[in-house]
Design a protein around this ligand. Structure first.
Ligand SMILES: Cc1cc2nc3c(=O)[nH]c(=O)nc-3n(C[C@H](O)[C@H](O)[C@H](O)COP(=O)(O)OP(=O)(O)OC[C@H]3O[C@@H](n4cnc5c(N)ncnc54)[C@H](O)[C@@H]3O)c2cc1C
Length: 76
């Protein structure tokens, strides 16, 4: 088992960290206060906030459509 360090917890970092974590030890570091990068939700007050970037995903390739379908089936 190897150890990996992923810098950034946006969709790219989170995806590679998730794949690597199946057979390795993974540490994720992010300079921001919370995870998600430009796909995160920024909270201003208790009940108010806004999407920092991505609001929706439009998968076009078959592989990406499969990836999203499997992701939607998962329970977090
Ligand atoms: C306003 C806006 C609207 C958008 N709308 C959509 C949409 O509707 N649909 C869509 O598919 N895409 C949309 N996008 C694009 C999408 O949000 C991005 O392409 C995607 O989120 C990028 O993910 P990423 O992981 O590559 O980078 P990021 O999300 O930017 O993640 C990078 C992470 O790395 C961290 N980081 C950077 N440097 C360091 C460092 N030196 N040390 C530690 N951590 C570091 C950052 O804090 C961040 O968390 C939008 C983007 C914007 C700005």
């Amino acid at each position: 088992m190897s150890s990996y360090c992923v810098i950034g917890s946006g969709i790219s970092g989170a995806t590679i960290a998730n794949l690597l974590s199946k057979k390795n030890i993974v540490h994720i570091y992010d300079k921001a206060r919370g995870p998600g990068g430009r796909s995160s939700f920024k909270r201003l007050k208790k009940s108010k906030g806004f999407d920092h970037g991505a609001q929706y995903i439009s998968p076009k390739s078959i592989q990406f459509k499969k990836f999203i379908t499997n992701l939607r089936k998962k329970k977090f």
